[in-house]
Design a binder for this molecule. Structure first.
Ligand SMILES: [Zn+2]
Length: 149
């Protein structure tokens, strides 16, 4: 086992904090030139906003920080495989690299479902690195859903 990269550690911490607020625990971080510029957690329930996925919030925050709608030199780290909405936002934001933890059989759109970045019509395709701290990411989700049964 190799150590969990720092940005994924921060995303996992954000995910754990979301669970404490009764949100499905998913966390996301955006790194630009080696520096974390945005950290977000899944918050649709508390924000009454179905689009408030961790990735969407992180992309919005990062765009605000750098004052640009294109995050070309930014990498996104997220604990769960992004859904179709977030994958679309990743393309619009021109994210350079996507690192994610657990695969999402039901809601994922990278290696499951629509597999958005394999579509020939997609206008931007990040480099994709799945399975980073996959076990920890999945464990957070498992514990959360088990506690709600
Ligand atoms: Zn999403």
């Amino acid at each position: 086992m190799f150590p969990i990269p720092l940005p994924m550690r921060a995303a996992l911490d954000a995910a754990a904090a979301a669970a404490a607020r009764e949100e499905v625990p998913v966390g996301a971080v955006i790194v630009r030139r080696g520096e974390i510029i945005a950290t977000s957690a899944n918050s649709p329930r508390s924000r009454h906003d179905p689009t408030a996925h961790a990735e969407m919030l992180a992309i919005r925050a990062a765009a605000g920080v750098i004052g640009d709608d294109r995050l070309t030199d930014c990498d996104l780290w997220v604990t769960l495989e992004p859904c179709a909405m977030c994958a679309g936002a990743i393309a619009h934001a021109r994210i350079g690299r996507l690192y994610y933890g657990a695969g999402d059989l039901k809601g994922g759109a990278i290696e499951h479902g629509p597999r958005l970045f394999t579509q020939t019509t997609i206008h931007h395709r990040p480099e994709i690195y799945p399975g980073i701290a996959e076990g920890e990411s999945a464990a957070l989700l498992r514990t959360f859903f088990a506690s709600r049964r």
